[in-house]
Design a binder for this molecule. Structure first.
Ligand code: ADP
Ligand code: MG
Length: 503
């Protein structure tokens, strides 16, 4: 287990206002379930397919078609719940949320309002080395996604693409435990990381795979503590909900703007109207989309086409038995087994694929050296060339081979970097390349000694200087390394120079 200090909420205090104000934030994250088929049909969920290529009759709401729940999507929601240490509800139910929209041919969305499949859980949010915040999860429910209306393809017509219609979403609702823009971004990042480790959501925010509705309110110091004691929302300010955010940077900017907007209204003697707002990244501001009075009355009712969803504890236990190692556990293991710092372990476990690569390099070798090479040389280079780990020209076995040559003293750190470069551009076997290109550190003290003697004999004036000032002995080391073509082991040369000069 990670040794964490849980901090009390660190409310962000907005500067520039007349009084002190604190932020209160709760997030509803929509995460697309990683599944080949939709929630109630066998249609494919492949991203970027031809418009309307992935539409079953039931997705298009053809008369008489009936939804059939996809067991795999249910298992994914359960797996997610277990990953968030949440309560799994063995009995849940689907409801119809009624509204009209051209990209929602049914005229309603199937969701779970009254009986969600997952109950209370938590996300441990990383706020710096060894420091964490606990954000409570209220519920996770399964629901259908809607399709897409396209208004910019033709001046006179709108089009509709139903490929996304009926794709399974998990709506993950947090308690209003988040106290600032950075915490909100860190929460989404951690949630995304856990989902990706679980394999229950790809978490590709650009593709809209993971998006968040951000609820923001402001209150005076002390109000949040009273809410925590009583769980009575009336202690908190009125919230506004910023819809459909799919970038961590925009989430932070939108919260900051929204908090300042609300404070300005309140300090002006006004009051906040509960409403749904949209963030405009170009202008950096939020604007009203619809107020509570205009809010839809969804007329929720249990979907008569679907029986209540009953699952068995034994089935849940089977899923629990196949849970992968999650980020925090992996990070703790890297710190314990490989002696890595919190920072290095965080970098290496940020993405599961990176962690798997690192482990393949580190297994049976020095963990810290492996971490240095993976983070600084490999990740550094991959970043520079905008490549993912899957596209790395170097395999874990090749990088491991380089580390073996360093470990045995056969090549120097400088040679290792050259070797890395060759492997990156040309590929090949590290040991073979080192041999073929004469990359061999001279540890043969006889050869080094000859070079040291020769240089000392040829430079009597330098010898005098170095004897007067030991710091100048480095000059000899440099000369010897040059004379041996960089192949001599610098530590050995240093030691020998000092001895010969009688320092
Ligand atoms: P709705 O679907 O109407 O938006 P939900 O209950 O599904 O309502 O979600 C409400 C979200 O808003 C939750 O994440 C909750 O934590 C958050 N929230 C509730 N009250 C406040 C508040 N006063 N300030 C900030 N967030 C809030
Ligand atoms: Mg909402």
């Amino acid at each position: 287990m990670l040794d964490l200090t849980f901090t009390a909420p660190q409310p962000k205090v907005i500067s520039g206002a007349k009084a002190e104000w604190e932020l209160v934030i709760g997030l509803e994250v929509h995460a697309q379930v990683a599944s080949n088929a939709k929630l109630f049909s066998g249609a494919s969920t492949t991203f970027g397919a031809e418009p309307n290529a992935n539409v079953a009759f039931v997705d298009a709401a053809m008369p008489g078609m009936l939804p059939v729940v996809n067991e795999f999507c249910v298992a994914q929601a359960v797996r997610t719940g277990l990953g968030l240490k949440a309560q799994i509800n063995l009995r849940s139910a689907f409801d119809r949320k009624n509204y009209f929209y051209p990209d929602l041919p049914q005229g309603y969305q199937i969701s779970q309002l009254y009986h969600p499949i997952v109950g209370e859980g938590e996300v441990i949010v990383d706020m710096g080395p060894g420091v964490a915040r606990r954000v409570r999860i209220e519920r996770i429910h399964l629901e259908q996604d809607a399709g897409k209306s396209i208004h910019d393809m033709d001046p006179n017509m709108s089009f509709v693409d139903l490929n996304r219609t009926g794709v399974a979403l998990m709506e993950i609702v947090s308690r209003p435990d988040i106290r600032g823009p950075e915490e909100a971004a860190a929460y989404v990042a951690k949630l995304r990381q856990i989902l990706r480790y679980l394999g229950t959501c790809d978490g590709n925010m650009q593709n809209g795979n993971l998006r968040a509705d951000v609820n923001v309110s402001v209150c005076k110091p002390g109000a949040y503590e009273r809410y925590q004691e009583t769980q009575d929302f009336s202690h908190l300010g009125t919230r506004c909900e910023i819809k459909n955010m799919n970038s961590l940077r925009f989430i932070q900017a939108a919260i900051d703007y929204e908090a300042r907007r609300q404070i300005a209204i309140l300090e002006d003697g006004g009051s906040i109207v509960q409403e749904t707002r949209l963030y405009d990244p170009d202008k950096g501001e939020t604007r009203s989309m619809r107020s509570k009075e205009e809010a839809h009355d969804y007329r929720y009712f249990p979907d008569p086409d679907l029986l209540p969803l009953e699952i068995e504890q034994a089935w849940v236990d089977d899923i629990a038995a196949t849970m992968p190692e999650l980020p925090d556990a992996r990070k703790a293991r890297y710190m314990g087994d490989f002696g890595l710092t919190d920072y290095d372990a965080s970098v290496l476990t940020a993405e599961k694929e990176n962690a798997v690569f690192f482990e393949a390099v580190a297994m049976g070798r020095d963990g810290k050296t492996a971490a240095n090479w993976v983070i600084n040389e490999l990740f550094g280079r991959l970043n520079k060339e905008s490549l993912g780990i899957a596209e790395s020209p170097l395999s874990a076995a090749q990088l491991g081979g380089v580390l073996d040559l360093i470990g045995s003293g056969e090549i120097s750190g400088k040679m290792a970097k050259d070797l890395f470069e060759i492997l990156w551009t040309e590929g090949g076997d590290p040991a073979d390349i080192a041999a073929a290109r004469g990359m061999k550190q001279v540890t043969d003290t006889g050869a080094i000694e000859a070079a040291v003697d020769e240089i000392i004999a040829a430079n009597p004036a330098q010898v005098e200087k170095a004897r007067a000032n030991a710091k100048l002995a480095g000059w000899f080391t440099g000369q010897v390394l040059k004379a041996t073509g960089g192949k001599a082991n610098p530590a050995v040369v240093n030691e020998m120079v000092a001895r010969k000069l009688g320092l």
